[in-house]
Design a protein around this ligand. Structure first.
Ligand code: CAA
Length: 258
């Protein structure tokens, strides 16, 4: 792969988008490689994924403007659907994904972070949806996920004005869960990932599924989903081991993902 690096630390997979000459902007090749790396992650061993950008300036500065500049209607739609499909794959990825936003998260970059389960960022991070300054709309999920994450009013303000917000404002709005000095961002992301990875993976993945699906349906349907997913955890080796350990006043060293 030319633009994506993938490394693992025990049960944590780290995806780094590395196209620094264009501030990690997403062109077709980057999207294809991102798609490929998501497909290749070994879910038997990996329990949490961290997604970040290479360098200290930018997470992802958006979709590639040079590539989009002369697209036709049909090509624009195809490009959007490609990004939407890859980002949705990330959103539905069975294990949690943490976006470690290390600088600009503009346009497609903000949308990519929004497709992750949890966002943390560095102090120099900047979030925004500048598409209307380019004569287009957000096209990788921004009109939908930003409103669902920070509320309709603030999302509309950000999208209509195209005004970027800094890390502290992103924290205040609940767009990110925490802000760290640049050097501490990845170590903190790993610490958070380790904390999640220590818990029973089947249960963590089931929680992700319940939250993701439950939020899209009415409350009665969502509670039925919760009940069914709760039930599905029983008779797993990790459920039995977790509860037996509690009753025996012991701690589980490592869940088996079974
Ligand atoms: N696409 C293509 N190239 C990009 C890019 C992008 N989104 N963002 C930055 N680059 C390139 C620049 O063209 C420049 O390349 P050259 O060195 O070859 O000239 C290089 O990255 C460095 O960028 P700058 O010189 O502009 O760096 P800066 O520090 O002065 O500014 C910035 C940084 C404020 C992030 C500025 O680069 C910028 O505004 N980028 C565009 C941000 C944007 O509008 N993103 C939304 C794209 S549309 C979208 O994403 C649609 C969607 O929803 C799917």
């Amino acid at each position: 792969m030319q633009f994506i690096k993938y490394e693992t630390h025990d049960a944590i997979g780290i995806i780094t988008i590395d196209r620094q000459e264009a501030l990690n902007a997403l062109n077709t090749d980057v999207l294809n490689e991102l798609d490929g790396v998501i497909n290749s992650i070994d879910l038997d061993t990996i329990r949490v994924v961290i997604l970040t950008g290479a360098g200290t300036k930018s997470f992802v500065a958006g979709a590639d403007i040079a590539e989009m500049c002369h697209l036709s209607h049909a090509e624009g739609k195809r490009f959007s659907h490609k990004g939407l499909r890859v980002f949705r794959k990330l959103e539905l990825f069975p294990a949690p994904v943490i976006a470690a936003v290390n600088g600009y998260a503009l346009g497609g970059g903000c949308e990519l972070a929004l497709s992750c389960d949890i966002r943390i960022c560095s102090e120099n991070a900047m979030f925004g949806q500048p598409e209307v300054t380019l004569g287009i709309t957000p096209g990788f999920g921004g009109t939908q996920r930003l409103a669902r994450t920070i509320g309709v009013g603030k999302a509309k303000e950000m999208i209509y004005t195209a005004k970027p917000i800094k890390a502290d404002e992103a924290y205040r709005l609940g767009l990110v869960n925490a802000v760290y000095p640049q050097a501490e961002l990845i170590p903190e992301a790993i610490k958070l990932a380790e904390k999640i990875a220590h818990n029973a993976p089947i249960a963590v993945r089931a929680c992700k599924e319940a939250i993701n699906y439950g939020l899209q349906v009415d409350i009665d349907s969502s509670l039925r989903i919760e009940g069914n997913i709760f039930g599905s955890c029983f008779e797993t080796a990790d459920q039995v081991a977790g509860m037996e350990a509690f009753l025996a006043k012991k701690k589980i060293d490592k869940f088996q993902n079974k």
